[in-house]
Design a protein around this ligand. Structure first.
Ligand SMILES: Cc1cc2nc3c(=O)[nH]c(=O)nc-3n(C[C@H](O)[C@H](O)[C@H](O)COP(=O)(O)OP(=O)(O)OC[C@H]3O[C@@H](n4cnc5c(N)ncnc54)[C@H](O)[C@@H]3O)c2cc1C
Length: 425
């Protein structure tokens, strides 16, 4: 699949200069190179990838289906899905947004479909479709892709070009523009190189993770899902809504992942040991629950409370909630006022303790990275180093789950490619 790199670089005196060197062969790096090649015919671009394989995260993304983007076409609303980078991306989405992504893939025969929740996948339900499309285009545009070539050094030359050193290449590579698309900078040796270029790095913390919870209320309920809960960190903090999944280790699902993203920094400060509150019936006020209880007392007074769940709480979970309120084999007709109060409290604000986190197999990202203020989001060029560009997850920018992270990768890659093609015109 890999395009044979030409034998380069040559000797120092005859060093061939790249117009663009892309660092990182993931989603944003490959897309930068492809968009650049489309716009700057005849210019020299190459991609240098640390690992033996390109587009590894695309391959495993979306459970192997690749959630390419999200069917949200209003830049303002789309930007609301980014805990970090929302303001900058809002403007950027006016230049490249999901409709452009859909159109671009469509141009190369990759059709995307929309699921009920707005997530978009290739109709083949396979991330290989996206990878094949990218690698076919790279071959078509004759873009050399260098595997096993981690960047180890970057310095500025007097002529304002960059001199890049890679593991496994005896000679350095000279490039007029460099686009860093190296993904998460957590534990990355690149950090030192970037600091030398005076780029400021916002501390790196995980985002999009599940909560580890050891609690009798959910033991043995792994696999049970609830269509809509509201979750918030204990205290006066904003709540996040969505489906919830009980796992072997605790809680996951969109509501939990959203909270983990929006509160990524605060939760990291607790070392992921914190208390949080679940509202099992976010669409029901206390008064409405009183009404439901009154109805049940009137119409199903002889039935055991634990056997008559309030919709949409799943039956097994309902039974645990009822038992946790010390309401055993009690019928609706027999329930006491204090028991009703306890049940209502538990339904609206059940408190849990998280003891660590688990990264989700479908999606996780790093919050933090290259400081956004140091990047001109019209061009993705560093405000500190002319000719140095950034795209994708290495920037302090991340979205919630749903295809938003890839969309940010496509958008920033496109902006960088446009700007670099103008620069090298
Ligand atoms: C399991 C999982 C599933 C996901 N699913 C989805 C999904 O369905 N939808 C969605 O929107 N998002 C998803 N994400 C998030 C998404 O994968 C990332 O946001 C996206 O890959 C970021 O693209 P990137 O190119 O910036 O970084 P990456 O895809 O991580 O690519 C960066 C590349 O740079 C290389 N690199 C690093 N350092 C160097 C160096 N020094 N020299 C050369 N190369 C280097 C890396 O090896 C890597 O190949 C998922 C993430 C995970 C972990």
């Amino acid at each position: 699949m890999i395009i044979e790199p030409p034998s380069f670089p040559q000797t120092d005196s005859a060093r061939s200069v790249l117009d663009l060197a892309v660092i990182g062969g993931g989603a944003s790096g490959i897309f930068t190179a492809l968009r650049y090649a489309e716009m700057a015919a005849g210019k020299r671009v190459a991609v240098f990838e640390k690992s033996p394989h390109f587009l590894q995260k695309v391959r495993i993304s979306g459970g192997g289906r690749c959630n390419v983007t999200h069917a949200c076409f209003d830049p303002r609303r789309l930007a609301e899905n980014y805990p970090r980078g929302s303001r900058e991306l809002r403007a950027a989405f006016h230049q490249w947004q999901p409709s452009d992504t859909i159109e671009w893939f469509g141009r190369f025969g990759v059709e995307l479909k929309t699921e009920a929740d707005g997530r978009m996948f290739p109709v083949t339900d396979s991330s290989e479709t996206i990878i094949d499309c990218f690698l076919d285009r790279a071959r078509e545009f004759q873009i050399p892709l260098y595997p096993k070539r981690p960047l180890t050094g970057i310095e500025r030359l007097e002529n304002e070009n960059f001199l890049l050193r890679f593991e496994g290449l005896a000679e350095p590579v000279e490039a007029r523009s460099v686009c860093v698309a190296a993904g998460s900078l957590k534990n990355s040796p690149l950090l030192e190189q970037l600091k030398k270029l005076e780029q400021t790095i916002v501390p790196l913390v995980p985002s999009l993770f599940a909560f580890n919870v050891n609690d009798a209320r959910i033991s043995d309920l792994a696999g049970v899902s609830h269509p809509k809960v509201s979750v918030r960190r204990d205290g006066p903090h904003p709540a996040r809504q969505g489906p919830l999944l009980i796992t072997h280790r605790g809680f996951s699902g969109p509501a939990v992942l959203r909270l983990s993203a929006w509160e990524a920094r605060a939760l990291a400060e607790t070392n992921h040991h914190f208390s949080f509150v679940i509202d099992w019936l976010p669409d029901c006020s206390f008064e409405e629950i009183d009404g439901r209880f009154a109805d049940d007392r009137k119409h199903q007074g002889a039935k055991l409370i634990k056997n008559t769940p309030i919709s949409p709480i799943p039956r097994r979970l309902w039974e645990r909630i009822v038992l946790s309120c010390e309401i055993g084999d009690v019928t609706w007709g027999q329930i006491s006022k204090p028991a009703m109060r306890r049940l209502k409290e538990e339904l609206k604000s059940a408190k849990f303790q998280a003891e660590g986190k688990t990264t989700n197999k479908d999606e996780f990202v790093t919050a933090g990275g290259i400081e956004r203020h140091a990047i001109d989001f019209k061009t993705m060029e560093s405000r500190l180093v002319k000719g140095l560009y950034f795209a994708g997850e290495c920037i302090d920018m991340d979205g919630i789950t749903g295809g938003f992270n890839f969309q940010a990768a496509w958008t920033t890659a496109h902006l960088a490619a446009v700007a670099i093609s103008k620069r090298s015109a």
